[in-house]
Design a binder for this molecule. Structure first.
Ligand SMILES: Nc1ncnc2c1ncn2[C@@H]1O[C@H](COP(=O)(O)OP(=O)(O)OP(=O)(O)O)[C@@H](O)[C@H]1O
Ligand SMILES: [Mg+2]
Length: 280
């Protein structure tokens, strides 16, 4: 069969004057760190961090142990205030407001900016009471059953626990406990959720569940995660911050940007060595 027979020649007109497409606009900035340093006593643990964290994105912090990822993460909700010898220099703004302004209420900061830790740390209470804990403390007037159910739904745990809400949280699996801790943070109606290696104590299946959950949660929240798992950072985050430390053990940011660029086209050799597993 001759497919060209009796067919008029096709001419394609290319409009070469078309301007190149604009790169997609980035979401608004939530946190802006300028020359941020963290000290423990005289020891400078992290130096001169300059970066922005954007709304409804997952931002991942990666880097070798001791480079200061947790120290920086704790700046975002003033958890360092709870460590006597910790001190910060530089500025960190949250929606343009200086987080460390003496007029800022650190309890309110921690309500808006929740945290989930490396090891699931449910309270030795019922599943229900764990989730209701924060709202009760804050004197929330809304119907508590609704608050609890909504938070458990959002943390993708409702179906697994709806028939045992009064049972102890300590009887849940590690992965369920970690999702309960996420539900507990969500119940306080935060805007940002900080997660410090939230999957390091979990098996691969629970890890993937948390990653799927992050993809859901970022529609409503801004998420900052510390992880040692390169695949997780590559899979789950929109922006990546790579940190390392110098001879004096002071940590610093080597490179930060879009996750795709950090993993496929890093500008710095140190980043390339780390993300390709040659170092760290
Ligand atoms: N409470 C503290 N008091 C004194 N020094 C501290 C304290 N917390 C952290 N440091 C020091 O600050 C540096 C950075 O620690 P940090 O915990 O932030 O690192 P990290 O990147 O989170 O490491 P890891 O990957 O092992 O969790 C380290 O040298 C650590 O010993
Ligand atoms: Mg840490």
């Amino acid at each position: 069969m001759d497919l060209t027979k009796d067919k008029p020649p096709v001419t394609v007109e290319l409009d070469l004057t078309e301007p190149p497409a604009e790169p997609p606009a980035l979401p608004p900035v939530v946190f802006d760190a300028k020359d941020l340093n963290v000290f423990y006593g005289a020891f400078r643990a992290v130096g001169d961090v300059n970066l922005e964290v954007r709304q409804n994105e997952v931002t991942a912090f990666i880097g070798p142990s001791g480079c200061g990822k947790t120290s920086i993460l704790r700046c975002f909700n003033r958890m360092n205030d709870l460590i006597d010898i910790a001190r910060i220099e530089g500025t960190l703004t949250y929606h343009g407001v200086d987080l460390y302004d003496p007029a800022v209420n650190s309890v309110e900061v921690r309500r808006r900016i929740g945290m989930v830790f490396q090891k699931p740390n449910p309270f030795p209470k019922s599943i229900y009471d764990n989730v209701a804990y924060g709202p009760r403390l804050a004197g929330v007037k809304a119907d508590m059953d609704t608050v609890v159910e909504r938070a458990l739904h959002k943390a993708a745990l409702w179906d697994e626990v709806k028939d045992r809400l009064k049972a102890s949280a300590m009887g849940l699996s590690g992965g369920q406990q970690q999702r309960l801790c996420i539900a507990r943070a969500i119940a306080c109606d935060p805007e940002v959720i900080l997660m410090d290696e939230p999957c390091s104590a979990l098996d691969p299946r629970s890890t993937l569940q948390i990653e799927d959950l992050m993809a859901e949660l970022k529609r409503d929240y801004t998420i900052i995660i510390v992880t040692h798992n390169m695949q997780q950072a590559a899979r789950a985050s929109d922006a990546t911050v790579f940190m390392t430390m110098g001879e004096d053990r002071a940590g610093f940011v080597v490179e930060h940007g879009r996750t795709i660029d950090i993993f496929t086209n890093p500008r710095n050799q140190l980043t390339e060595d780390y993300v390709s597993g040659r170092f760290g």
